[in-house]
Design a protein around this ligand. Sequence first.
Ligand SMILES: Nc1ncnc2c1ncn2[C@@H]1O[C@H](COP(=O)(O)OP(=O)(O)OP(=O)(O)O)[C@@H](O)[C@H]1O
Length: 308
Amino acid sequence: MSEWVIRAEGLSRNFGDTRAVQSLDLEVERGRIYGFLGPNGSGKTTAIRMLIGLLKPSSGTAEVLGYGLPAGAEKLRRRIGYMTQKFSLYDDLTVQENLRFIASIYSLSANQLRSRVEDLLVIYGLRDSRHQLAGSMSGGQRQRLSLAAATLHKPDLLFLDEPTSAVDPQSRRDFWEQLFDLSDAGTTIMVSTHYMDEAERCHKLAILETGIKRADGAPDELMKNMGARVVEVSSANLRVLKHRLLELPDVISAAQLGARLRVLVKNRVSSPVAYLSGQPFIGTGDSLTEVRPSLEDVFVTSTGRGRQ
Ligand SMILES: Nc1ncnc2c1ncn2[C@@H]1O[C@H](COP(=O)(O)OP(=O)(O)OP(=O)(O)O)[C@@H](O)[C@H]1O
């Protein structure tokens, strides 16, 4: 039986005339990694801040780890970890001092504190830099330190708001390995991102645009039920071809990827390759192949946005 860690219904938040989050329904199961995928300003941070009880909803309800919000926010805070977009530790303390300082907030005994900090230094590869000032660390190291701090009290639920926006691809991959370890050990993780590859690693995700959830589900499921087929077109004349393709009523988008165009064709077209090949502006030297959808294609079809 599923065990819901987060349930929200009609969750909304306005800032003056800005409807930052609109009527968000959400169900997140224990031990899963759930993603919010959306561009800047789509409401990811606002949704997360409501779910941790930092921000009062304008309307709607949310229950997180069994606590109704905002009434249960104080109790909830002890059982969650939160890592924000910005580095929020002390630049002028060392790695070890930062962790010890945070640990002291959780009223651990001196022995527990020492042993937990030692464990975290090992888990997050920070043992050799324990005496380094946090302010002098690389983006990847700071991110590992932030994750160590957010998980210090072994939270049941971890909120990560665009955690990898300031790090290189290798650090991002390493970071995700750590998230999978945490998830395997039973921690539920909610992560916001605007990176497609990162969203694809989530067990489930919601695509947000202008505060509205446009689609949700497992990445595979979203790709399967996308409502469009994908054709890649190679041609010597991509720029012109792209504009002609976009004029067709059944073409949703045409995005150039290097020497190819990735064209999304509405599902009602039964044979998208034949449909495109039959257009008068497609030359004999052009090649067309149907390919598998990606999460970026799902994003384009569900939001109407994308690389045109
Ligand atoms: N405290 C606030 N006061 C006024 N407007 C706000 C406030 N916080 C967010 N907003 C507005 O609400 C909308 C959603 O912002 P939010 O930060 O939740 O989006 P986001 O998807 O997290 O984007 P980003 O990655 O840029 O933080 C934006 O239009 C933003 O300007």
